[in-house]
Design a protein around this ligand. Structure first.
Ligand code: ATP
Ligand code: MG
Length: 581
C-alpha cells in the first residue's frame, strides 16, 4: 500500500520498544499457527484462499459453508464449492470494472448472501473490504467512505437511492456502484455482470502485510477510528477461532454479529470459514423466539453473541426456552461488553453450560483474552490471555508505562504488540495511532485487574471510571449488581459532578416487561445496590428509561448519558441505535 501511512510490524516493534526477545516469542507462537493455514507460493497469502479455495482443493467442496436464513424464513445453502464459484465471479466483476488490487470496496447492505460473497470476492481480487452497517444514515456513510477513499460500493437499489445517491458528488474517488438488485443512474446492476463473469479467478497472491480490511470502531467513546488490518490477520482469526471459540471442522456455528462490526467479519466470516465450519447467517434482527428456533432447528453447536443480546434473552424469560431441545449446543461465547456474572449464572441454568466471555477490540483484530474451553469459567471475568498473547496491567504516568504485578490492582489493560491481527494503523491518524504505544506496550484504553490466578477482570473504559469520595468505581461493577435485581433488564452507570464527593454514582435503568417504574421500585433498587455494593459505591440516584442509548454493535453509550446529564454537546452519535427515554 502506498496510499496511506501503514505501519509495518518492524515499525510497530520499534515504536513499542519491543525487545528482540519479546518479538521472537510473539513470532514463534504464530509461526506454529501458520502451519494451520496454507499460504500461497512465494510467502504470499490471501484470506479468501484460506477461507474457501483450499477447502475445495482438499475435497470439501460439497460441505455447506453458509446457511442463510432470510427475514421471512427462507433458507439458502451455499457449499464451499458454491462460495468459490460466486466469489470468483465477484472478483472477476471487480476486475472487469477496472478495480485493481489495493482499491477500496465498501459494502452497505443487510446480512444477505451477497454481502458475504462480496467480502470474500473483494479479498480474492486483492482489494480492501470495508463493511458498513446498512442502518447508517447518509452522513456516517459519507464520513466513512471519505476516510477510506472508497473506490467502489456494493449496495441495494433501495439503500442507494435513499442514502448514497445524494452523496456521489462529495465522493470523488468513488468510481463504481454495484447494485445487487434494480437499477439507478450511474450504477452498475450486479446480477447480469455476475452471470457473465467467468467461474474461475486466480486469487490474488498478497503480501502478508497488504491491507485487507478497513474497520471502523464502534464509536462508544468518541468519533470512530478507521482501523487497518492486513492479510496476515487470517493466521490469528484461524487460531483464535480454534482456541477461544472451540471451532472444529463440521461445526454448525452461529455468530450473531453484523459484519459492519469487526466481530461480524473476524468471527462472522473469516474464523469460521478458515476452520471449515458451516456458518449460519440470519438476516433478521434480534427476536428471542426466532433465536431459540434457530438454535434448535439448525442444531447449532457453537454460538457467539453479545451481552446485550444475552440480556434481552434473559428479559424474555425462561418461558421462551421451555420445552426446546438445545442439546446440540457445545460452546457459547460472548464479546463486546462486559458480561455480567448474572448472565453466566443464568446461562448455566437455562443451557446447562456457561457463556464464555472474551475480550478484544477492533484494533486487536481478534480475541486476546478469553475463558477458553479448557478453563474453568469465573463468572464476571474475561478469562486469560490466549497462547502467544502477553497481556499486563500497567500504570501509565508521564514517565512511562510500568507493569503492575500485584494481584487485584486496577490499571490499564495493555498488550505486547506483535500478533498477526494487530492493527497496522488508524487510517490518516498517525499521531493517534502512535499514542497507543508506550514502553513496549499497546495500551487498550480499558481498565482491568488481574487476580492471583491470572484471570483478567474488566473494570471500565478509562474514560468511564468514576471517582467518588476517594473510591475508584468501575461502572460495570455497579451495573452488574443492579442486574441481579429481578426487575432490571439493563443498567448504565455514570459519575456526575458533586462538590463534596467529587463525583456521585448515577444509574439509568431499563426494566423487564412485568415491572412498572414506580418510586417504590426505585427505593427498592437503591436499597438492593447499597446492600450489594456498600454505600460508597452504590448509586445515589436512579433514572428509569425504556432502553439505554447503544451503539449498533450493542454497547451502552455512557458518554452520551453523561454529556446529556452535564448539558454538553452529544459528540459523534453516528453509531447510536436504541435511545428511548
Ligand atoms: P470506540 O473505540 O470507537 O470508542 P469501541 O471501543 O466500543 O468504540 P470496539 O473496538 O467495537 O469499539 O470495542 C472494543 C471495546 O469493547 C473494548 O475496548 C472494551 O471496552 C469493550 N469490550 C469488548 N469485549 C469486552 C469484554 N468481554 N468485556 C468488557 N469489555 C469488552
Ligand atoms: Mg475502542
Amino acid at each position: 500500500m502506498t496510499k496511506d501511512h501503514i505501519t509495518k510490524p518492524e515499525e510497530i516493534r520499534r515504536q513499542a520498544n519491543m525487545t528482540d526477545y519479546d518479538a521472537a516469542r510473539a513470532e514463534s507462537t504464530w509461526d506454529v499457527a501458520q502451519g494451520l493455514i496454507d499460504g500461497l507460493p512465494g510467502d504470499k497469502l490471501n484470506i479468501a484462499h484460506e477461507a474457501i479455495d483450499r477447502h475445495v482443493a482438499n475435497g470439501h467442496g460439497e460441505q455447506t459453508a453458509l446457511r442463510w436464513i432470510g427475514k421471512d424464513g427462507a433458507r439458502r445453502d451455499f457449499t464451499y464449492a458454491d462460495l468459490q464459484q460466486q466469489t470468483n465471479r465477484f472478483a472477476g466483476v471487480l476486475r472487469a470494472q477496472g478495480l485493481a488490487s489495493g482499491d477500496r470496496v465498501y459494502a452497505l447492505m443487510g446480512r444477505t448472501p451477497d454481502l458475504y460473497i462480496a467480502a470474500l470476492g473483494t479479498l480474492k481480487a486483492g482489494c480492501v473490504f470495508c463493511p458498513l452497517f446498512s442502518a447508517f444514515g447518509p452522513e456516517p456513510i459519507h464520513a466513512r467512505m471519505e476516510i477510506g477513499g472508497a473506490n467502489a460500493l456494493i449496495t441495494t437499489a433501495r439503500l442507494y437511492k435513499r442514502k448514497v445517491a445524494g452523496l456521489r458528488d462529495r465522493l470523488p474517488e468513488l468510481r463504481t456502484v454495484f447494485l445487487t438488485d434494480g437499477e439507478a443512474d450511474g450504477c452498475a446492476t450486479l446480477p447480469p455482470l455476475m452471470q457473465a463473469a467467468p467461474d474461475r479467478f486466480a486469487t490474488e497472491a498478497m503480501d502478508p502485510e497488504d491491507m485487507a480490511l478497513l474497520h471502523f470502531t464502534s464509536g462508544t467513546t468518541g468519533k470512530p477510528k478507521g482501523v487497518v488490518h492486513v492479510h496476515e490477520a487470517v493466521v490469528a482469526h484461524n487460531m483464535t477461532g480454534r482456541i477461544a471459540l472451540d471451532l472444529r471442522p463440521g461445526d454448525i456455528y452461529w455468530c450473531t454479529a453484523d459484519p459492519g462490526w469487526v466481530t461480524g467479519t473476524s468471527y462472522g466470516i473469516i474464523a469460521p470459514l478458515t476452520n471449515r465450519v458451516t456458518m449460519i447467517v440470519d438476516e433478521a434482527e434480534f427476536d428471542a423466539g426466532r433465536w431459540y428456533d434457530i438454535l434448535e432447528r439448525e442444531a447449532v453447536t457453537v454460538w457467539y453473541t453479545a451481552p446485550t443480546a444475552i440480556r434481552m434473552l434473559m428479559k424474555a424469560g425462561a418461558e421462551a426456552v421451555e420445552g426446546r431441545d438445545l442439546s446440540a449446543l457445545r460452546f457459547m461465547a460472548s464479546v463486546g461488553e462486559p458480561l455480567n456474572p448474572e448472565a453466566v449464572v443464568w446461562s448455566n441454568e437455562v443451557f446447562s453450560r456457561p457463556f464464555h466471555d472474551n475480550w478484544w477490540q477492533t484494533e486487536t483484530g481478534g480475541i486476546m483474552i478469553a475463558n477458553y474451553a479448557s478453563m474453568d469459567v469465573k463468572p464476571g471475568s474475561m478469562g486469560k490471555p490466549l497462547p502467544g498473547i502477553d497481556a499486563g496491567i500497567v500504570e501509565v504516568t508521564e514517565a512511562g508505562a510500568t507493569e503492575v504485578t500485584t494481584p487485584g490492582t486496577i490499571g490499564e489493560l495493555a498488550l505486547r504488540p506483535g500478533w498477526p491481527s494487530m492493527m497496522r494503523g488508524y487510517l490518516h491518524e498517525e499521531a493517534r495511532y502512535k499514542k497507543c504505544f508506550r514502553d513496549g506496550w499497546y495500551l487498550s484504553g480499558d481498565l482491568a485487574m488481574r487476580d492471583a490466578e491470572g484471570y483478567f477482570w474488566f473494570v471500565g473504559r478509562a474514560d468511564d471510571l468514576i471517582k467518588s469520595a476517594g473510591h475508584l468505581i468501575g461502572p460495570f461493577e455497579v451495573e452488574s449488581a443492579l442486574i441481579e435485581h429481578e426487575a432490571v433488564a439493563e443498567a448504565g452507570v455514570i459519575g456526575v459532578p458533586d462538590e463534596t464527593a467529587g463525583e456521585l454514582v448515577k444509574a439509568y435503568v431499563a426494566l423487564k416487561p412485568r415491572f412498572e417504574p414506580t418510586e417504590d421500585l426505585k427505593l427498592d433498587l437503591l436499597g438492593h445496590a447499597r446492600k450489594r455494593l456498600g454505600p460508597a459505591v452504590a448509586p445515589k440516584d436512579i433514572v428509569f428509561r425504556k432502553n439505554l442509548p447503544k451503539t449498533r454493535s450493542g454497547k451502552i453509550m455512557r458518554r452520551l448519558l453523561k454529556a446529556r446529564e452535564l448539558g454538553l454537546p452529544e459528540g459523534d452519535i453516528s453509531t447510536l441505535e436504541s435511545d428511548e427515554q
